[in-house]
Design a protein around this ligand. Structure first.
Ligand code: GCW
Length: 683
């Protein structure tokens, strides 16, 4: 039967090469597991199932290897050896000793991650002899954030409805919960926020906590902890109090009791995620208090337990309004959070979106990363393709994540220069190595849903995969991750792997070209799908298109230098220098920071107008190239997956033209110039 995508990258299909299979089979004649915990059992079971599929052989699980050779030995423990000392709490080590493959972790979780890593070796046809793999996660909390509502819908979700069947819980446990946890564990994702940050207070009621506890039980054998988004005024809405003021003693004790109730049901509950005073969500400012007051109050409630508070910095007051005509949404988060640096409780992590605005196809990094040395900052990426063509456009997101993570914040001033060598990149901030944070986290807004293949677009599975791998180790390259994923999910045929990887690696730039080239942005209100650069009516000016692109008769782009909003001043001087001169600002960021005349000659030799047209047209044409590349792998991938992706690429092409034409025709009204000759012909 055609592959329905349900198994994700954990497919475990029989390895076609017989001799390879036989070689592998000789090294795995048993799985010995030292211990009986749930997580060790998960590890052994996964190896057994995986190897059964890959090698077509059933391998016994035994309690102890004794003198036996030619098997896999799983051991957890914190011993004195140098190897063990090289591991952190969730790291693993895989070595060959006395003809056995040994997977070691300090904890059971480490062993579980090691088991998946070993399976990956088989799935990607790597050797399993002379192994010496030591790997430690670089951040501690590796999280998915689900924007799932109690009524089953998912905010910005394009892969069906929520995975959580609230009306069946807590009694019925959908088998899919376990597969969800397995998929996450295979990447090292160890936490999941199950409900939308635009939170319903209902999740904190006894009725729902019992359901959440049932999910926690299903995920626990895979090391995935459950977290909840909280509605800040819950003490009023479900607690019957008159206020939700974070400094009010009754409110504080309400939260303390709520935490106690939660931990009574879920002893390893992860903690709270909070969106407050943002886009209409209530928060501490409603009572004249600060974000720190709100976050610290929740941290106090969690003090007796292991949980943490993840407080989002995605905030922006209405900008462009008569009282704040010049205000720039770009600067809003730092304006609200900058002064609070160092004022948060030790259990608080401030969660910052990668860019200052909102998950645009390309954004500069958020200025907070360079300027909050005393506050643990988590980075929030968006896997679901809100601004990336929903589930019909193929966009491999690893390059988006990497571009941000690898950018130097110059948080310690001028340094040796070269990207990550400087030690002050966004990744170095987030992983705690720069400022020595004890709490470190990365979050991805999930792209999963009830669709059989989890993510709608079959290729969007790679975005879940890539996020998880980078949350574990941000030094992995986009290319290495793509290669792993393709080998595990689509094909092992080297030529086809190469072609698909090429297609994936170019996909983001292609999308940017037909969607928002040269640093345009488009977070206007509404569905975030249709091109409507003309949209200029909304309850808030900063929810119009015009507010962002600033097209006028002279030119295009948002002046964020000192002659404009001066948002650039929120970056360290070296970063400002990189972006503040329109002559030298790299083209991908140009219109983020400058209002550029239509006739201005760019470094490409073309005027702004010609360059824009070139990008819009070549971008849309490149989707044809993507289709051709995909057609060339037809015989190497599953026919169902092939047809699904081919059909979505056809839609993508149609929509790329739609975007191109909308922008070009709209901008032409301002630029008043012809479309350059090579692109005049209709498609
Ligand atoms: O990306 C924007 C979305 C909102 C979302 C908000 C946020 C959950 O358009 O749908 O709300 O950001 O991140 O809070």
């Amino acid at each position: 039967p055609p592959d329905d995508g349900y198994r994700l990258w954990l497919k475990y299909d029989l390895i076609k090469d017989v001799s390879k299979r036989e070689t592998y089979a000789r090294s795995v004649q048993f799985i010995a597991v030292n211990g009986t915990s749930q997580m060790l059992k998960s590890a052994a079971d996964e190896l057994q199932t995986g190897l059964q599929g890959l090698l077509g052989k059933s391998i016994p699980i035994i309690a102890s290897a004794g003198a036996r050779k030619g098997g896999i030995i799983l051991t957890a423990g914190n011993g004195p050896t140098v190897e063990q000392q090289a591991l952190n709490a969730e790291g693993y080590q895989i070595t060959n000793r006395s003809d056995n493959i040994i997977i070691k972790g300090k904890t059971d979780a480490g062993v579980l991650y090691g088991a998946f890593a070993l399976l990956r070796q088989f799935q990607t046809l790597q050797p399993v002899t002379a192994l010496s793999l030591t790997s430690n996660p670089k951040v501690r909390y590796r999280m998915l954030n689900h924007w799932d509502n109690p009524n089953g819908t998912i905010e910005r979700g394009y892969a069906g409805e929520t995975l959580w069947k609230w009306y069946e819980l807590p009694e019925r446990i959908d088998p899919r919960y376990r597969d969800y946890a397995r998929a996450n564990a295979s990447l090292g994702i160890n936490g999941t926020v199950v409900n939308n940050v635009n939170a319903s207070a209902r999740f904190l009621t006894g009725e729902y906590l019992a359901k959440v506890a049932a999910l926690a039980t299903a995920f626990r054998p895979y090391g995935v902890k459950v977290y909840l988004s909280v509605y800040f005024p819950a003490p009023k809405v479900i607690g019957g109090l008159k206020t939700a003021d974070p400094l009010d003693p009754e409110v504080r004790s309400w939260w303390a009791n709520k935490a106690k109730e939660i931990y009574g049901l879920i002893p390893d509950f992860g903690g709270f995620l909070v969106k407050a005073n943002s886009e209409g969500e209530p928060g501490p400012q409603d009572y004249g208090r600060t974000h720190a007051d709100g976050a610290n109050m929740l941290a106090a409630a969690l003090a007796p337990y292991d949980g943490v508070v993840m407080w989002r910095a995605f905030v922006y007051k209405a900008a462009g309004t008569p009282d704040r005509p010049k205000a720039d949404r770009f600067t809003a988060a730092y304006e609200e959070f900058g002064d609070l640096d160092g004022k948060f409780d030790k259990k608080v992590i401030v969660q910052v979106k990668n860019g200052p605005i909102d998950f645009q196809p390309r954004e500069p990094f958020s200025p907070l990363f360079g300027k909050m040395p005393k506050t643990p900052l988590s980075i929030e990426f968006q896997l679901t393709q809100e601004y990336l063509g929903f589930a019909t456009h193929l966009v491999y997101e690893a390059p988006i994540f990497k571009e941000c993570l690898d950018t130097d914040t110059y948080a310690k001033g001028a340094s040796s220069g070269a990207k990550s060598a400087s030690g002050t990149t966004v990744a170095n901030v987030v992983d705690g190595s720069l400022h020595g944070y004890a709490l470190t986290a990365m979050a991805g807004v999930a792209n999963t849903g009830s669709d059989r293949n989890w993510t709608g677009h079959p290729m969007a599975q790679a975005n879940w995969y890539a996020f998880g791998r980078l949350a574990w180790d941000h030094t992995l390259s986009s290319e290495a991750i793509a290669n792993e994923w393709i080998n595990m999910t689509l094909t092992n045929e080297p030529q086809a792997v190469k072609r698909i990887a090429d297609l994936m690696l170019k996909s983001r730039e292609i999308y940017v070209n037909y969607n928002t080239p040269l640093g345009l942005s488009r977070p206007w209100t509404g569905v975030h799908f249709a091109p409507e650069p003309w949209q200029n009516k909304s309850s808030r000016p900063d929810w119009t298109a015009i507010y962002y692109h600033r097209a006028d008769s002279l030119g295009l782009g948002y002046d964020r230098t000192s002659t404009g909003s001066n948002a650039l001043a929120q970056y360290n001087p070296e970063v400002q220098q990189r972006w503040n001169n329109p002559e030298t600002c790299p083209l991908p960021y140009l219109l983020w920071f400058h209002h550029v005349p239509w006739t201005k000659k760019l470094s490409t030799g073309r005027t702004l107008w010609d360059e824009l047209c070139t990008r819009f047209y070549t971008g849309a044409n490149s989707v044809r190239w993507m289709q051709q590349q995909w057609a060339l792998v037809k015989n190497n991938v599953d026919p169902g997956t092939y047809a699904d992706v081919a059909a979505r690429l056809e839609t993508q092409h149609k929509e790329a033209i739609w975007w191109r034409d909308a922008w070009v025709l709209y901008l032409q009204e301002f630029a008043r110039q012809p479309i350059p000759a090579p692109y005049k012909k209709p498609d």
